[in-house]
Design a protein around this ligand. Structure first.
Ligand code: PXP
Length: 244
């Protein structure tokens, strides 16, 4: 299997649905389309405020796809209990702040070590792989290993947001070093956040990365590449009604 594999984050399909509080677009349909298009996994973030993905989405998607389901989650008792019931193939722990637009940085594994280690243990006991979303920082990588995670996801947010070529190069080097260290320590290494068609190639070329998780840019692009089709479909239906 070529590496890195693609995990598609479909949260923002649910964001569009929630804008009307209805039933479409259905994240399950998006998950099946992603699977059909060759994604190796589907990622959903069940936020505490349920602003996009809902509990029933996770359960329906889990029951319907054959590729890996990766559940992004904060380490809170209620969400951990949900993950233990839902049993995704993988859980990715992320920090969560109510008012952020998206995940703003990696976990700081110097903090809340007890609850994180405990949640890792509970989930792994159910056969769920646990990945920790961290910044590309050697100390955080070592802490992830010490806490008992199977995997890490390196935050590519700073790389994606770098304003100059020089800053981007420096951030790429940080991601590369963190990926090498993670691999040496025997952790499965993922990366993601802010990746798009313009910036993904240097990250995808890092040989020790197993998986990239990409969401917003794919959903955004889907709107644009599908727009003409959707307009044509509607126009043709209206015109056929007008003719009859
Ligand atoms: N990885 C993690 C841990 C995330 O929180 C997110 C955003 O939900 C992503 C990857 C995907 O980021 P983006 O939507 O910018 O591609």
């Amino acid at each position: 299997m070529p590496r890195p594999r693609l995990g598609v984050n479909i949260d923002h399909v649910a964001t569009v649905r929630q804008a009307r509080g209805g039933v479409y677009p259905d994240p399950l349909e998006a998950a099946l389309i992603a699977q059909g298009a060759g994604a190796a996994g589907v990622t959903v973030h069940l936020r505490e405020d349920r602003r996009h993905i809902q509990d029933h989405d996770v359960l329906r998607i889990k029951g319907a796809i054959r590729v890996k389901l990766n559940l992004e989650m904060a380490v809170t008792p209620a969400i951990v209990a949900f993950a233990l019931r839902a049993k995704p193939a993988q859980a990715t722990f992320v920090p969560e702040r109510r008012r952020e637009l998206t995940t703003e940085g990696g976990l700081d594994l110097r903090k809340k070590r007890g609850p994180v280690a405990d949640a890792i243990k509970q989930l792994r006991a159910k056969g769920i792989e646990v990945s920790l979303f961290i910044d590309p920082d050697g100390e955080q990588v070592k802490r992830a290993r010490a806490l008992g995670a199977n995997a890490i996801e390196i935050n590519t947010g700073a790389y994606s947001e770098a304003k100059t070529a020089r800053a981007r190069k420096a951030e790429l080097a940080r991601v590369r070093r963190a990926a090498e260290l993670s691999h040496e320590l025997g952790l499965v290494t993922h990366a993601g956040h802010g990746l798009n068609l313009e910036n993904v190639v240097p990250i995808a070329a890092i040989p020790t990365l197993a998986e990239l998780n990409i969401g917003h840019s794919i959903v955004s692009r889907a709107v644009m590449v599908g727009f003409a089709h959707a307009v044509r479909e509607m126009r043709e239906l209206i015109e056929s009604a007008a003719r009859s």
